[in-house]
Design a binder for this molecule. Structure first.
Ligand code: FMN
Length: 203
């Protein structure tokens, strides 16, 4: 999938930065949830989750999650099945603009679920967030250790999403069991982009 950013940006609702649920409550309540209702997520909820993952929080471009050398090797994709005011499809999150770029249209949740060993949360959740690593962005400075750094960063980012989901009254599960080559095919990822983590989110 081309990462050229020629396609129009789809602006997202601004994130809420003063929610009422405490960090301690989100830590206490976070649990992997795998059964989802057939209810859509709102665009505001999806926007909030994406911002929690990789949103820009500083004028110098720093984000919600730490990144070795601030090189940001991760890309964040939204696989939307049922999101209000957003067509089903695959979208790339653009942190600098807090916006989406559409990469493909259509509901690909069944194919993505098959790529994830048939795991049902991927088929049933209204939306799934996918992190991929573009190792070239970080191995230039850190060598092979850069790959390790990208994996660590994916952990930070995923935890931000799971806690934000709790604060929104939603459930999520992190999924690492999938076939890389099949996920690549389904999402039409470029060869330099490696899928790391799937996070279905829903009610
Ligand atoms: C790296 C990693 C990969 C995981 N992969 C999957 C997965 O493929 N499918 C799944 O249902 N849960 C997956 N999990 C979630 C764990 O099963 C879950 O965190 C564990 O059972 C503890 O439950 P809790 O998250 O509710 O505390 C994964 C967790 C991690 C950290």
């Amino acid at each position: 999938m081309s990462l050229d950013q020629q396609q129009p940006l789809i602006p997202l609702p601004a994130p809420v930065v003063d929610g009422s649920v405490s960090l301690e409550q989100t830590l206490l309540q976070r649990r992997s949830l795998r059964d989802f209702d057939d209810e859509p997520l709102t665009l505001s909820q999806v926007a909030q989750l994406l911002w929690a993952a990789q949103g820009v929080t500083h004028t110098r471009g720093f984000r919600t999650a730490p990144s070795a050398g601030a090189l940001y090797p991760l890309d964040t994709y939204l696989i939307a099945g049922k999101v209000t005011d957003l067509e089903p499809g695959v979208y790339l999150y653009v942190p600098q603009s807090h916006a989406l770029i559409e990469k493909a249209s259509g509901d690909i949740r069944p194919q993505l679920s098959r790529a994830a060993l048939g795991q049902l949360p991927v088929r049933d959740a209204p939306a799934t967030i996918l992190f991929t690593a573009v190792y070239d962005r970080i191995t230039g400075r850190y060598g092979p250790r850069g790959e390790q750094y990208a994996h660590i960063e994916a952990g930070h980012t995923a935890q931000n999403i799971t806690l934000q989901a709790v604060a929104l009254g939603l459930g999520s599960v992190v999924i690492g069991a999938f076939q890389d080559d099949l996920v690549r095919q389904v999402i039409e990822l470029e060869s330099g982009s490696t899928p790391l983590y799937l996070i279905p989110v829903g009610r």
